[in-house]
Design a binder for this molecule. Structure first.
Ligand code: ITT
Length: 176
């Protein structure tokens, strides 16, 4: 059985990995690791790098076969802030796959909070009056009226990672 180390203590992210990788095939462990990027990534590039950093550090810090990193951030498109999310998977042979997830425009008030240098999680708490949005439904859950919560959104990214990894293992690898 392969062990997968997920570089986070965030329940929404861990639940996403558990939803996709069957416990019959994988032992899943989780641990807090630094992303290597700022607490609030402000671009797709930085968010993707954060996901890769978490995946690599989760692998380094454990005896796991596979490391997974999931990172949430924001990115500016045409003057407006959008939610963006990235994931990365690395193994001990140096194979790496990455995938981006859903994008949503943030309301102007939320964008103003980001512009003022605040973290999205804190801005969302103030915006909704709810606590721990980042560990529960996430900005995506709030803004989709509960239809797609943070865990479901990250599950899609984990499916993209697992599927690409399987394909590469069967067909030969390339490095992203
Ligand atoms: O415990 P970790 O894994 O660090 O989880 P996190 O939610 O604190 O950290 P991320 O790196 O995923 O997200 C970076 C920042 O953006 C915030 N964030 C990202 N996506 C969010 C979402 O969907 N809802 C609320 N906050 C979000 C989050 O609170 C952080 O301040």
């Amino acid at each position: 059985m392969k062990t997968v180390a997920v570089g986070t203590n965030n329940e929404a992210k861990i639940a996403a990995v558990r939803a996709v990788l069957s416990e019959k095939e994988y032992r899943i462990v989780s641990l807090e690791v630094p992303s290597g990027v700022s607490a609030q990534p402000l671009s797709d590039e930085e968010t993707r790098l954060g996901a890769i950093g978490r995946a690599k550090r989760a692998l380094e810090a454990t005896e796991a076969d596979i490391g997974i990193g999931l990172e949430g951030g924001v990115t500016k498109i045409d003057g407006q802030w959008w939610l963006c999310n990235w994931g990365a998977l690395v193994d001990r042979d140096g194979v790496m796959v990455a995938a981006g997830g859903a994008r949503l425009a943030l309301p102007p008030d939320v964008g103003a909070g980001i512009e003022a240098g605040r973290e999205l999680g804190d801005v969302m708490e103030a915006y909704t009056g709810r606590r721990n949005v980042r560990r529960k439904e996430g900005a995506v859950g709030v803004l989709t009226n509960g239809r797609v919560d943070r865990s479901a959104m990250f599950s899609h990214i984990v499916e993209l990672l697992a599927g690409q990894y399987e394909w590469l293992c069967q067909n030969g690898s390339f490095h992203v």
